[in-house]
Design a protein around this ligand. Structure first.
Ligand SMILES: [Zn+2]
Length: 324
């Protein structure tokens, strides 16, 4: 496989992380930009600006890997539908490729994160692994038989849109469904449950924050739980168990060796979220699937970016006839 550096982009619902990464996973350039609340055009302009900066810093870079929170048509290079960003049927591979003059490859952001954890992190050596990324939404990536599973068109493995509550809470963004895992266990759901807890328990840290007019978001609920606030810890117990309900189904379906929980929310909350999810899997999955290990991502919030860079390096090598 090529030794050249490649650019990895993790375009999330809240932020865009761009990095230049070599084959040994060394990161020589990194930048962060906001993505929340932007139009498709603004996202493209921001992406082009960050990529240009990365290329100016590391001119020898060979290709770009885009990890997108979307369903994807890999053959045509089109981002088809993002739940939490305004991206629809966007031929992003060719658009960005023409603007920056480098080969561009696409993958789902959570599939990219799964590849990174498989190559370098918590799923190393696993033949079968499930990755979920908990952030604004919930992404899913699958390693099956030692390879990233992408579906027929590269659409991916949208594990976050697995229904865990029939006729449950409406899902977010462009998803027409209800009761998806993403609707009940994402960072957005943590914020929602945090606000409910703050109203119910005005003497808690969450209640005090609400009275002070602060926005109850996932970060605040995480900080409150880490400081020992019982109301906030209870929110994580509830959300963690709901996440675990989804993970139990994935364990039963795929019998993976490991389930890796990544994404920004999980990176911040750690065992507060993963602990209750693991307990749910251990107690509810069928044997022998209940013996699966449920662990945090080892590459933290960087797995999507590192995986997108690794994916681009692989695709480039394959295109050049070097094999994977
Ligand atoms: Zn959904």
């Amino acid at each position: 496989m090529s030794e050249a550096e490649t650019i990895g982009v993790d375009l999330g619902g809240t932020k865009m992380l761009v990095g230049v990464v070599d084959a040994e996973r060394r990161v020589s350039f990194e930048s962060r930009e906001q993505s929340a609340g932007q139009t498709e055009k603004e996202l493209l302009t921001g992406l082009e600006r960050e990529l240009s900066e990365a290329i100016a810093t590391r001119p020898e870079v060979a290709a770009v890997g885009l990890g997108l929170p979307c369903t994807i048509d890999q053959r045509r290079g089109v981002a088809i539908n993002a739940v939490n960003l305004p991206i629809r049927d966007l031929p992003i591979r060719d658009l960005i490729g023409e603007r920056i003059g480098l080969p561009v490859f696409l993958d789902n952001d959570a599939s990219a994160a799964a590849l990174a954890e498989h190559l370098y992190g918590a799923a190393r050596g696993a033949q079968n692994a499930v990755m979920v990324t908990v952030g604004t939404g919930i992404g899913g990536g699958l390693i099956l038989g030692g390879r990233v599973f992408r579906g027929t068109n590269g659409g991916g493995s949208e594990l976050g849109h697995t229904v865990v509550e029939f006729d449950g809470h409406p899902c977010q963004g462009s998803c027409p469904n209800r009761g998806c895992l993403e609707a009940v266990a994402s960072g957005t759901a943590i914020a929602r449950e945090g606000r409910i807890a703050a109203e119910r328990e005005p003497d808690s840290v969450l209640g005090t924050a609400l009275a002070e007019g602060r926005a109850i978001d996932g970060v605040l609920v995480t900080e409150a739980a880490k400081s020992g606030d019982e109301a906030a810890v209870a929110v994580f117990n509830l959300i963690g168990r709901k996440l675990g309900a989804g993970l139990t189904s994935f364990a039963n379906i795929f019998e993976p060796e490991v389930i890796v929980v990544g994404g920004g929310v999980a990176a911040g909350a750690g065992e507060l979220l993963i602990g209750p999810a693991r307990e749910e899997v251990v107690s509810k999955a069928l044997p022998p699937m209940n013996r699966v290990s449920v662990v945090g991502a080892e590459l933290g919030g960087e797995s999507g970016m590192i995986g997108a860079a690794a994916m681009a390096r692989r695709e480039l090598a394959e295109q050049n006839g070097e094999g994977p």
